[in-house]
Design a protein around this ligand. Structure first.
Ligand code: LP5
Ligand code: MN
Length: 274
């Protein structure tokens, strides 16, 4: 098994890009096309993909199935650019089953979550962000289950068709849960209470817990966290002059389109819209 990097040191001066939450899927070709164009044109020498690159990943053997033309094209784009760009991949809550075979085909190096990056005289903690959303209690239980190695090997031993069906059912459940939370949230705005829902548990409000982010940053003696998952791009101050920087998700079909990379150049971070 190849190493999962807990820390990355980059000595060169080339720019470094961070992206996450592209949710690439065959039904969203405009987002794929924008990303493929971005891959060909970015000046970055290093690219960090911080989770939810794919909408769903049910196992690397999917790449050998007859229905994986789109996913194989994504891998091919990564592969083509990998001689020019060093590409790093961190798992998200959709693509945590992307493993060695796919990583190898795409020439990506896997990162642990969290991971420390030292570059251009600065240091950063990188994360997908889901593990720090402490109010998302049901999800965290689910996460613990599906990140367990034994659970994964049992799940991966099921036939691919069955895994795809489970993944589809799980996606539906997830969307249903979010719709329930949204409804309760709307009701709370008009003064109605929904039993079992607390204000800070509304799906729209699940967010990275500030203390959790601080603890992670302190453990790395670092003051900047970069993460995705919450779909709330921005910079959020934390105590003791620490901060977390949230990446945008990607959606070429939204208006305005959300297509953005965070770029580190000369020790400074800035957002680059495509
Ligand atoms: O993804 P999104 O944005 O909709 O919501 C996430 C959390 N949901 C998830 C689930 C994924 O969307 C499902 C797709 C994963 C595909 C992976 C491959 C196959 C693995 C299949 C695993 C069974 O991550 C959502 C968060 C939200 O972010 C926050 O923004 O709240 O969390 C949930 O919806 C979690 C549920 O509430 C927990 C329900 C537990 C049900 C357990 C079923 C176990 C089935 C086991 C079958 C073998
Ligand atoms: Mn996510």
């Amino acid at each position: 098994m190849s190493d999962i990097l807990k820390a990355v040191d980059i000595t060169g001066v080339g720019s470094i890009d961070f992206i996450s939450d592209l949710h690439l899927q065959p039904s969203e070709m405009p987002s794929f096309n924008a990303w493929a164009q971005y891959m060909r044109s970015t000046p970055a020498s290093h690219l960090f993909i911080l989770g939810d690159f794919f909408e769903v990943w049910a196992g690397d053997d999917f790449l050998e199935s007859a229905h994986a033309e789109f996913e194989n094209r994504c891998i091919q784009v990564l592969n083509e650019q990998s001689s020019r760009i060093s590409i790093y991949f961190m798992a998200g809550n959709r693509d945590f089953l992307l493993k060695e075979k796919a990583l190898k085909s795409a020439h990506m190096q896997e990162l642990s979550d969290p991971c420390l990056l030292r570059a251009q005289g600065k240091s950063f903690v990188l994360s997908h962000g889901d593990a720090m959303c402490l109010s998302d209690v049901e999800y965290l239980k689910f996460r613990e289950m599906v990140r367990d190695e034994r659970w994964q090997s049992q799940f991966l031993s099921k036939p691919l068709e069955e895994r795809l069906a489970i993944a589809k059912a799980m996606r539906l459940k997830s969307e249903e849960e979010k719709a329930k939370y949204r409804k309760a949230f709307e009701a709370s705005k008009s003064g109605q209470e929904t039993q079992g829902f607390q204000a800070n548990q509304f799906m729209g409000l699940h967010d990275v817990d500030a203390e959790s982010a601080n603890t992670v940053l302190e453990s790395f003696q670092c003051d900047t966290l970069i993460h995705g998952h919450t779909h709330r791009p921005g910079e959020y101050p934390l105590r003791n002059n620490k901060r977390r920087i949230v990446l945008s998700d990607w959606d070429a079909s939204s208006s305005p389109p959300r297509l953005e990379a965070l770029r580190l150049e000369n020790g400074q971070l800035s957002r680059h819209k495509l």
